[in-house]
Design a protein around this ligand. Structure first.
Ligand code: APR
Length: 233
């Protein structure tokens, strides 16, 4: 059985990573247009760097939770038949044991070079706010957070759509369904014949689009679902 799992901020909530749109969510304290657009970075790179520096530092204080670990077990069981795509820029899937994670919105621990388009590890040494070393590939001083901002195209859309079209089952975990294109994956997968399941704390904006939905914490629902699926296969 070919399975595509899409995850969002809700899967990392029980690890202590704030979501975006819940009460106390990240966007409550920030205007998206101040920290998460290319225009904001051009206008005030220091403000944008400070926002992502804080997110990156916070990664050191959190650990993967049972939902991340369960998806790593699912990868072991299904191998290439699992495609895990996340909107999250944290590294908790990898630290939970997943080895193939498609980060459609980029990664906090990666930098993007505006000079040569290389994706390189975020530099360990950083002088001060936005004071980044030159790109290790091309030497130009043009590194930025490797995060897909509003108005930019998510990474690897062709690959994602290919997997969705082939999927027998599409599962969405911990995402509000407020941001496209990820919010449209359920309809795309369904139109191509997949069964669809939502696992979320509460009904998402697109909850009615799924064949099945279970509501509760990801740390409980995901291990339950993975256990059932792996027992069956
Ligand atoms: N278990 C399961 N779901 C949870 C949990 C939990 N413990 N806690 C919160 N949730 C659910 C919320 O109910 C909400 O529906 O997770 C969802 C989080 O929604 P958002 O904060 O909107 O996060 P997400 O859907 O990942 O946002 C998508 O928007 O701002 C951009 O680029 C950012 O990747 C992000 C994208």
């Amino acid at each position: 059985m070919r399975v595509v799992v899409l995850t969002g901020a809700g899967i990392s909530a029980e690890s202590g990573v704030p979501t975006f749109r819940d009460a106390d969510g990240l966007w409550e304290g920030h205007r998206v247009e101040d920290v998460a657009t290319p225009e904001a970075f051009e206008r005030a790179p220091g403000v944008v760097h400070a926002f992502y520096d804080a997110r990156r530092e916070a990664l050191d204080t959190v650990e993967p939770n049972p939902a991340h670990h369960a998806l790593a077990r699912l990868e072991q069981a299904l191998g290439d038949d699992l495609f895990l795509v996340t909107q999250n820029i944290d590294d908790l899937h990898e630290r939970g044991g997943s080895t193939r994670v498609h980060h459609m919105h980029g990664e906090l621990r990666s930098a993007l070079c505006l000079g040569c388009d290389a994706h390189v590890p975020w530099p360990a040494e950083q002088g001060g706010l936005g004071d980044l070393p030159p790109c290790p590939r091309c030497g130009s001083c043009a590194l930025r957070p490797d995060v897909v901002w509003f108005g930019e195209v998510p990474y690897g859309m062709d690959e994602i759509l290919g997997h969705l079209a082939e999927a027998d089952l599409f599962v969405s975990v911990g995402t509000s369904g407020a941001v496209y294109p990820a919010a449209g994956f359920v309809q795309y997968a369904r139109a191509h014949g997949a069964r669809t399941l939502e696992l979320n704390l509460e009904p998402s904006e697109g909850s009615h689009l799924f064949h099945d939905a279970r509501h509760g914490p990801a740390g409980v629902l995901v291990p339950e679902w993975v256990d059932t699926l792996t027992r069956r296969s």
